[in-house]
Design a protein around this ligand. Structure first.
Ligand code: FEO
Length: 399
């Protein structure tokens, strides 16, 4: 059975939701599922904006058929070729053999790489090119590295709709609620939206900034992303989040304590610091066991908070492996502009503090507080003074 939503006059959502996929890109847990959004415009010409992941192809095809009724499909605009959106291009070609594809030169190249043979069907477009489908006139705006090099976004100047590709997307299946104003986004969606952005597009902050700059010149009334809710009401809220995330600015002054513990002694020290911070008035403290928290959540929270404490046991004379993995993700995603405090632990040759310090120094604009603490097996009464100084130092650095 088809399941579609009207987005605007002439425009319909024809995507699908996947609640069965455990790991997005086979790496990021998505306990709330994910939506693959696609849109059909009914004008003098009919236009499909992107396809969907293979997992929801059947639903997608039923949706398109229901919206087109007895019309054929004239155009397919491909903003992004990653298979979670481009997997069903060939299915569309089989069902609508006369459809023309509109995409960038790079997208054309990628489609050929993925094995599609499209030569005569493609109209290649560049930055600023326009196209009229009848009443609706669109302009194509390139958005390289948001999130792949071939990406473009498409702006419909007639109704102010921006088809934004991966930008402004979120993890999470829609559950019938297509629009941002049908959800309590700040309560129910923002954590998944942040985790999506930071892990999928987080590395490309400067490119997102470039897109935001281009977008600021357009009169955008609706944002139609490829994942998650469509934005028609509170666009400023999400644009501000994107601006902050892509400049690597924290959302909140607060302390995220990430600890790596084998027998609970490093965890105990982390708890001691958290208690001191709260007693001194810093209540915005969150704690994560690096062994029990998927790194995508750690990355997302690191984008959120201004201060990070790494408390880490030494393991085989190195950084405890899950902590090292977290740090390597941080580096790969270009995370910057955070203040760190370090606590190492070890029973005979503590090394993790020195090694974490070195890794952080290799990242951009990371501040490491001087009061680095080295524990011998566990925190003891003798360490209380230095732990208290560390708490003071963290709070002082927030002012
Ligand atoms: Fe949702 Fe970059 O694909």
């Amino acid at each position: 059975m088809y399941c579609v939503r009207k987005v605007d006059e002439d425009l319909y959502w024809v995507g699908g939701n996947d609640n069965r996929l455990a790991l997005f890109e086979n790496i990021h847990p998505i306990p709330r599922g994910v939506s693959y959004n696609s849109y059909v415009l009914l004008d003098e010409k009919t236009v499909l904006f992107d396809t969907v992941d293979w997992a929801v192809c059947r639903q997608f095809l039923e949706n398109i058929k229901a919206v087109l009724k007895n019309r054929t499909l004239d155009y397919m605009v491909i903003n992004h070729v990653e298979p979670d959106h481009a997997a069903c291009i060939e299915e569309i070609l089989l069902r609508y053999p006369d459809v023309k594809i509109i995409c960038t030169e790079k997208a054309f190249m990628f489609m050929n790489q993925f094995g599609f043979n499209l030569d005569e069907k493609v109209e290649k477009v560049k930055e600023g090119d326009t196209k009229s489908f009848g009443k609706h006139k669109v302009v194509f705006v390139t958005a390289p590295m948001v999130h792949w090099p071939e990406v473009m976004v498409t702006y419909d100047a007639t109704n102010g709709v921006l088809f934004s590709a991966d930008a402004f997307g979120s993890f999470g299946a829609l559950g019938g609620k297509l629009f941002d104003d049908e959800t309590d986004f700040d309560r129910d969606w923002i954590d998944d939206a942040r985790r999506y952005y930071t892990n999928i597009v987080g590395k490309y902050g400067p490119h997102v900034q470039a897109l935001l700059k281009k977008a600021s010149k357009l009169d955008i009334k609706t944002i139609c992303p490829l994942h998650g809710p469509v934005w028609r009401s509170n666009l400023g809220y999400f644009l501000e989040k994107y601006d902050k995330w892509s400049r690597y600015e924290p959302e909140e002054k607060g302390v995220m304590i990430v600890y790596a513990t084998m027998y609970g002694n490093t965890e105990s020290a982390a708890n001691n610091l958290a208690t001191r911070l709260v007693e001194k008035g810093m209540n915005n403290v969150v704690m994560y066991d690096v062994s029990k928290t998927h790194v995508s959540y750690l990355i997302s929270e690191t984008f959120k908070y201004s201060h990070v404490v790494l408390a880490c046991v030494t393991y085989n004379l190195k950084i405890y492996p899950p902590m090292l993995d977290y740090l390597m993700h941080m580096k790969a995603l270009n995370l910057q502009k955070r203040t760190f405090a370090l606590i190492e632990n070890g029973s005979w040759a503590p090394q993790s503090g020195k090694l974490m310090h070195k890794l952080l120094e290799e990242m951009k604009e990371m501040t490491i507080l001087d009061n680095e603490i080295s524990l011998s097996s566990r925190m003891k009464e003798d360490d209380a003074g230095s732990m208290d100084e560390l708490a003071d130092s963290i709070i002082k650095s927030m002012k």
